[in-house]
Design a protein around this ligand. Structure first.
Ligand code: PLP
Length: 411
């Protein structure tokens, strides 16, 4: 049988960050002085994937029957309650007083993003993204047959509200609908976190547009637990959602990958909010259907961990203490990077929190190659270089910044 002409779906395939990561990993095994700043996962100071001991302990305490069995497609009532308490913390009452809500367990935040994009975006639609974004958004948008439009994310180191508003209005006028992906706090790849004022203006802009066209805000909070000193502080911006007057849909994508260091468990959730019961009932119905038709149910292991954690106070306390330590470690790396970059006059996007620092450059691929020759591995993006401070230790930072500076000047 000749398979040469087999019909497959055609995609414009994007860059492969994972393949570059594998190259860096191999180089590290061959030469110990290699700096591997490619991994979007929290590594400890000796280059091992950080293990939250508190979470491993929880795993050991769960009756294995709970994760050997099939879970409900949406995660079930215990999970839905647990995830809402975790994601909203002390803002839960405000959210519940103001909005109808739905929850669907998903394989990571990726699953949540896919559920919204595949149900609310079709051929001819344009999704609004910042000019610099997690590259997988593009692949997901392409895979549902849509395109995207970008706005310049920054104006003098602050969020560019004018361009955001202009592009959002343009899409609403052209397509009679508006779907926006907002990744905040600790944006991948710049590390920018919106101020409360900026977030409020974005919400108001969308709420105003919602008087004219349906608006869906996909709010990707994958890095929320690496922002703010306390859980209360990291959730403060949710209070701003109260200012929404329209029926616009806010679709929150939660990731257990970063929050619990459980990248392979595929723990995640979609939480939908709207003032309209009809819209939320429909969102629940269509996303659960799509989940069933795509991956069946989400992994029960992650669901069981969330359920246990939110119903066992002492284990939860242990986790929060460990999270504070991890956050502090990452903050130290971020502060050190920004300090040395400033001293070396290496210009970076305005970093505030999170796993990545990004440097705007003209020739990312050439710089990537030059750095790789010096055993320094980073990720080339479109007109930028991404450095994962999550995957390096503090003492590697001076050499890393110097190498970046030299390569950029040379090329
Ligand atoms: N959103 C952003 C901005 C990310 O960087 C990632 C992962 O790197 C995700 C979502 C997806 O995370 P996961 O599917 O592992 O939960």
């Amino acid at each position: 049988m000749d398979y040469a002409n087999i019909k497959t779906r055609k995609y414009d395939l994007g860059e492969d960050i994972l393949a570059l990561g594998a190259k860096a990993k191999k180089a590290k095994l061959e030469a110990n002085e290699t700096i591997n700043a490619t991994i979007g996962a929290m590594m400890d100071d000796v280059g091992q994937l950080y293990e939250f001991k508190s979470i491993s302990n929880v795993f050991g305490r769960i009756d294995n029957k709970t994760y050997r069995a099939y879970p409900s497609i949406d995660g079930g009532p215990v999970f839905k309650d647990a995830i809402k308490r975790f994601v909203f913390q002390n803002q839960l009452k405000l959210v519940e007083d103001n909005f109808e809500s739905m929850v669907c367990a998903t394989p990571g935040a990726s699953g949540a993003l896919y559920l919204v994009l595949s149900n609310y975006v079709t051929d001819g639609d344009m999704v609004l993204l910042p000019h610099i974004h997690w590259s997988n958004y593009k692949e997901m948008i392409k895979s549902v047959g849509a395109t995207y439009q970008t706005y310049q994310m920054f104006k003098e180191n602050e969020f560019n509200l004018d361009d955001f508003k202009q592009k959002a209005t343009m899409i609403a006028e052209i397509t009679k609908k508006l779907v926006v992906i907002l990744n905040d706090p600790a944006h991948n790849p710049t590390g920018y976190s919106l101020s409360k004022k900026e977030f409020k203006t974005i919400i108001q802009t969308l709420d105003d547009l919602s008087l004219k066209v349906p608006v869906i805000l996909i709010y990707d909070v994958a890095y929320i637990d690496y922002f703010g000193k306390t859980m209360e502080e990291s959730r403060e911006k949710f209070a701003i959602l109260e200012t929404i007057k329209s029926n616009m849909i806010t679709a929150i994508a939660f990731s257990g990958s970063k929050t619990f260091g459980l990248y392979g468990f595929r723990l995640g959730a979609l939480i939908g909010l709207s003032r309209s019961k009809h819209l939320i009932d429909e969102m629940s119905r269509i996303t659960t259907f799509k989940a069933r038709a795509t991956w069946s149910c989400s992994p029960a292991t992650g669901i069981s961990i969330m359920n246990h954690l939110m119903n066992h106070e002492l284990d939860y306390e242990d986790y929060l203490n460990e999270l504070s330590y991890v956050k502090e470690t990452l903050n130290k790396r971020g502060t050190e990077f920004v300090k040395i970059a400033l001293m070396s006059e290496l210009s970076i996007y305005p970093y505030k929190d999170g796993f990545f620092v990004t440097i705007p450059v003209e020739n990312p691929v050439e710089i990537y190659e030059d750095l790789a020759n010096q055993h320094v591995f980073v990720i080339p993006l479109d007109k930028a270089i991404r450095v994962a401070i999550s995957s390096i230790c503090e003492k590697e930072i001076p050499r890393l910044v110097q190498a970046l500076k030299n390569s950029i000047e040379k090329i």
